[in-house]
Design a protein around this ligand. Structure first.
Ligand SMILES: *Cc1c(COP(=O)(O)O)cnc(C)c1O
Length: 226
């Protein structure tokens, strides 16, 4: 059996160590527990250990878990690939969407966001590796997309997200995260109000924190291998 509490302590220690080493403000870094493929019981154990932010990749699976875990203080983040036929349910059930890579998806989410809910928080995914198979805007296309998305009434554009290819070398891990931060800084200088860098996973959270991450998305290190 996984002991979630112990794993959570270990991840929080890693985050804390990186915060001290890289002189970050602890109040600026949130831990998103990525619970995809894990059963509701695993999320419940995490909830009981105090975790409140959960990330899910697969819509149907996420909706089933939400039904079993109807805690109003859980904040659900959609971190999977958005598809047009899923936007309505995403707009109705999630607080955040990381990884928007088409303006039309943001437009649909905005139209479909229920008025009774606050605007849907969104991060734009940026593809910094140039791999065609990976989702995300090219860096040079990001500003135009951000400007358009920022005008949508049902959306609160919060920042940028990236999902780099896994690498072992710490300095190399930092490179795409640094580029994402610099890109956000240039958008901020251009007048866009952004406060979120969604970057860093189990194997590279330290490098992401070094470069300014505000949300680390952690699966394996919290819930074990998938
Ligand atoms: C699965 C996933 C994660 C978590 O990855 P781990 O390596 O298990 O920490 C983070 N972000 C996204 C977008 C994912 O799909």
């Amino acid at each position: 059996m996984i002991n979630f509490s112990e794993r959570l302590d270990r991840v929080n220690d890693r985050i804390q160590t990186a915060i001290e080493k890289f002189h970050r403000d602890p109040s600026q870094i949130k831990l998103l527990a990525v619970s995809k493929t894990k059963p509701p019981e695993a999320i419940l154990a995490a909830y009981e250990a105090g975790q409140r932010l959960f990330g899910e990749n697969y819509l149907q699976e996420a909706l089933e878990k939400m039904e079993k875990l109807p805690f109003t203080d859980i904040e659900w983040h959609f971190i999977g690939r958005v598809q047009s036929n899923k936007t309505k349910a995403i707009a109705e059930h999630f607080a955040w969407v990381h990884g928007i890579d088409k303006v039309k998806h943001a437009r649909r989410l905005s139209e479909q966001r229920p008025n009774s809910l606050s605007p849907l928080n969104i991060c734009i995914q940026v593809n910094l590796s140039g791999e065609e198979s990976k989702g995300g805007f090219k860096p040079e296309d990001t500003e135009a997309a951000a400007r358009e998305i920022a005008t949508l009434p049902g959306i609160a554009l919060r920042g940028l997200m990236t999902l780099p290819a896994p690498i072992d070398d710490f300095e190399e891990q930092r490179t795409p995260f640094r580029r994402l931060r610099e890109l956000m800084e240039s958008l901020q200088k251009g007048g866009l109000k952004l406060d979120t860098l969604s970057m860093g996973m189990s194997h590279d959270l330290e490098a992401a924190i070094a470069e300014g991450s505000t949300i680390v998305r952690i699966g394996t290190a919290l819930f074990g291998a998938r």
